[in-house]
Design a protein around this ligand. Structure first.
Ligand SMILES: Cc1cc2nc3c(=O)[nH]c(=O)nc-3n(C[C@H](O)[C@H](O)[C@H](O)COP(=O)(O)OP(=O)(O)OC[C@H]3O[C@@H](n4cnc5c(N)ncnc54)[C@H](O)[C@@H]3O)c2cc1C
Length: 451
């Protein structure tokens, strides 16, 4: 995930990605929370087993002990990685959002890969402790057999582009690389359980690793099953092909999705070419059973959706996910949307109440007026809610949005800045605001990026 992060006031770190065609997507993340959590998780899952390991095998030569530590560490990190991939709600809440959970997931994966590499480089044959039975020999060979596939899949999942070549690794390959990880980890569990180790299966470390392996395999099985078990069936009620986005409305066929304003869902359709689930932010007001998405046609899926989706189609939704809620950043807020980044704000503005004690300026940047979506709803919210103001910025008429223009429309100094837009806009605005001494109190945006 080539997420670029830049610190702001030393507290928040922001990270965005641009979509093909220079379009947007973003959301909020405080990497400090994620880093702290990662440290805590690492301490529990990584260092604790090493402590037991020292008890059981501390008598070995340093190089061999080091190789063993690398193997155990890799195993623990990979277990943790698979548990995180199951997106446990409690961890998502704890980490402050799915984007942060994926961030930790990615770096535990990278750590595991480095340790597996080290483990493979060190000859762990200990005098008199080598493979002694057919099964332990098989376990040792199985470990070696999956080393290269694991390396390839690991690298595929870590890199979005092949460095130096302008080749972006297709998302489908990335997904596929994740599908096989569970199978490879199962071989890892077999390897650790049966390979001849300088301690036996009754030790604390052994029990620890076995339970960790079972938890990780169960989490992986859940990850594969959850999309089918948790998804809700919807029927498409309308498809409105606006110049800049396909606005699609859906009605639930059974229990509706539970989602809050600003959240996103994973959507797939029972239609050829649209069966892979993609994430989109709900742009309708939370609370109504019908649900709406505004989707910019950028790539294969989003273009095909525009061309082929019809009322009556069946869709499957999973969610809601994300923490782009507008909450917890005080009364004074500036919402800045670039292009299709308006989607979470459409939902958030719709959920404002007339008697809310709010002081919010929404600045919506579009290239030209025809690109704007949901203007009537935003204007209605501005009329209904006294503390909510809408500013449309049309760059073909007023020039590109910059820090001075933003400050003139809605002073962000001392406010909470909520942003959803292209990476370039975010970077230049934050840099410009800092240069003119108008930095916001906090900046919020989630990563609209799963890799
Ligand atoms: C949390 C979140 C909320 C989003 N909300 C909106 C929204 O409200 N409106 C909107 O227009 N766009 C939104 N997007 C972006 C949207 O998901 C992508 O534009 C779309 O999936 C691209 O698919 P494609 O095949 O058309 O394009 P491609 O050109 O194939 O893919 C472009 C990029 O999209 C990502 N991507 C592709 N397939 C998937 C997938 N199955 N799952 C996850 N990511 C994928 C990859 O990083 C890829 O590099 C959101 C993305 C995220 C992560």
């Amino acid at each position: 995930m080539p997420a670029d992060g830049s610190g702001l006031n030393g507290i928040y770190s922001v990270s965005f990605r641009s979509l093909p065609g220079g379009a947007l997507c973003s959301c909020s993340t405080s990497l400090r929370g994620a880093e702290l959590t990662l440290t805590a998780l690492l301490t529990v899952f990584f260092f604790a087993p090493l402590y037991f390991l020292f008890d059981a095998a501390g008598h070995l030569q340093p190089a061999v002990f080091g190789g063993l530590c690398a193997g155990v560490g890799a195993y623990c990190l990979m277990s943790m990685n698979l548990v995180l991939a199951a997106r446990p709600r409690v961890l998502e809440r704890w980490l402050g959002g799915l984007d942060k959970l994926y961030w930790v997931h990615k770096w535990t994966g990278a750590g595991a890969l480095v340790l597996i590499f080290l483990h493979e480089q060190i000859d762990l044959e200990v005098k008199g402790q080598g493979a002694t039975s057919g099964l332990s020999e098989l376990a040792a060979e199985a470990g070696e057999l999956v080393f290269y596939p694991l390396l390839v899949l690991g690298l595929l999942s870590l890199f979005k582009r092949i460095p130096r070549l302008s080749f972006e690794i297709p998302y489908a390959w990335w997904r596929l690389s994740h599908r096989f990880m569970g199978a490879i980890f199962a071989v890892g569990v077999f390897h650790q359980f049966f390979v001849k180790l300088p301690f036996d299966n009754s030790t604390m470390i052994s029990a620890y690793l076995t339970w960790m392996g079972i938890a990780a395999l169960a989490a992986f099985a859940w990850t594969q099953a959850a999309p089918f078990l948790q998804r809700r069936a919807y029927k498409v009620t309308s498809v409105d092909r606006k110049p800049s986005a396909t606005v699609i409305r859906l009605a639930p066929q059974g229990r509706p999705l539970k989602q809050a304003a600003g959240q996103f869902a994973l959507i797939s359709f029972a239609r050829k070419g649209l069966t892979e689930a993609h994430p989109f932010t709900v742009s309708s007001q939370a609370g109504s059973d019908e649900i709406e998405f505004s989707i910019k046609p950028l790539g294969d899926f989003t273009r095909r959706l525009r061309d082929t989706a019809r009322p009556g189609d069946t869709a499957y939704l999973q969610g809601g996910f994300g923490r782009f809620s507008g909450a917890k950043s005080g009364k004074r807020q500036v919402w800045l949307a670039g292009g299709i980044g308006i989607t979470p704000f459409l939902a958030l503005a719709g959920s404002l109440k007339a008697d809310d004690n709010t002081d919010i300026d929404l600045v919506y940047c579009v290239r030209n007026r025809s690109e704007a979506i949901g203007l009537d709803r935003l204007e209605a919210a501005a009329t209904r809610v006294p503390g909510f103001r809408l500013h449309l910025h049309v760059s073909s008429e007023e020039g590109r949005m910059d820090a001075e223009k933003l400050a003139a429309k809605a002073d962000p100094a001392g406010a909470g800045l909520w942003f959803c837009g292209p990476v370039q806009l975010r970077k230049s605005i934050l840099k410009g605001l800092s240069a003119i001494g108008k930095s916001p109190n906090s900046v919020h945006f989630e990563r609209f990026e799963f890799r």
